[in-house]
Design a protein around this ligand. Structure first.
Ligand SMILES: Nc1ncnc2c1ncn2[C@@H]1O[C@H](COP(=O)(O)OP(=O)(O)O)[C@@H](O)[C@H]1O
Ligand SMILES: O=C(O)C1=C[C@@H](OP(=O)(O)O)[C@@H](O)[C@H](O)C1
Ligand SMILES: [Mg+2]
Length: 256
């Protein structure tokens, strides 16, 4: 599946230019070239490179070919971009608490130069309450309703986003189905021990205080949700990788 030029929408055009720009920037950086260096090699202005990398320039074929040459690749290689559909432009991370949804999501959004959305923050904003207060005072049903509403608001904001979801979104069939149809979903996996260690190292001791069987409880939640998380499009094991490495693996998997 590759970019189709048939029936492209304005948003599709923009996504194509941004994907091409991101490819140019990443290749240039991987080669250790500066913007000025690439501009000189390709015989274009610095501004042209900057605009191209930002996805703001509709490149002419000859300038594109010159940039490909300067990046030591063929024109075909430079243009061999992954499919761009509304589904693949929006990425949603799912997984148990401590999976790295927030950390990896923020880094990934920076790499892809897209907005980053923390869905639970949107829920808090809608409620005017903290997450803890929503659960304690209003209950889980209200949380689920606000989560559904927050997701709709976020989807209406644009096509290119990275969304970090709340760990329990998969237990709401309707919201999870909506997430899967509107996003490329990624399950960040880790062993229960890693989930617990990461949450504790974050200073969140709620899972262990008054929970002598904290690890067992986490195992049980993971076992209960495993078949749901597994419905995500991509599964990425993260135990052995630091967040930055998870991001690199994810970029490869997404073909970005
Ligand atoms: N791949 C990883 N390896 C090690 N630590 C990680 C990894 N991903 C996240 N962390 C750490 O674990 C903690 C929880 O991560 P966070 O992104 O908040 O998870 P989530 O949003 O899924 O609950 C943070 O302190 C973060 O730095
Ligand atoms: O796994 C869960 O049951 C939950 C995880 C939390 O999100 P994080 O995974 O971002 O911590 C939050 O949505 C809520 O407290 C419920
Ligand atoms: Mg989080």
């Amino acid at each position: 599946m590759h970019y189709s030029f048939q029936g492209m929408t304005k948003q599709g055009d923009q996504a194509l230019l941004q994907a091409l720009g991101a490819r140019i920037r990443r290749t240039r950086e991987a080669l250790g070239q500066t913007v000025t260096g690439l501009a000189e090699r390709a015989g274009v202005s610095r501004r042209y490179v900057t605009e191209a990398e930002a996805g703001r320039a509709n490149l002419t074929v000859l300038k594109l070919a010159a940039m490909a040459g300067a990046l030591r690749m063929s024109l075909a290689e430079l243009c061999d971009l992954p499919a761009a559909s509304p589904r693949t432009e929006r990425i949603a991370l799912v997984g148990l608490r401590g999976a790295g949804k927030s950390t990896v999501g923020r880094l990934l959004a920076r790499e892809l130069e897209t907005p980053f959305v923390e869905l639970d923050e949107r829920v808090e904003r809608l409620a005017g309450l903290s997450l803890t207060a929503i659960f304690d005072i209003q209950g889980v049903e209200t949380y689920r309703r606000l989560e559904r509403e927050a997701l709709e608001d976020v989807l209406a904001e644009g096509q290119r986003q990275v969304i970090a979801t709340g760990g329990s979104i998969v237990t709401s069939p309707e919201t999870f189905a909506r997430l899967r149809e509107s996003c490329r979903t990624v399950w960040l996996r880790a062993a229960p021990e890693a989930h617990l260690a990461r949450v504790l190292s974050q200073g969140d001791h709620r899972p262990v205080e008054g929970h002598p069987r904290a690890l067992d409880e986490l195992r049980e939640i993971l076992a209960r949700r495993e078949s749901l998380y597994a419905q995500a499009d991509e599964h990425l094991q993260t135990d052995e990788s630091a967040p930055a490495a998870v991001v690199q693996a994810l970029l490869e998997r997404l073909g970005a």
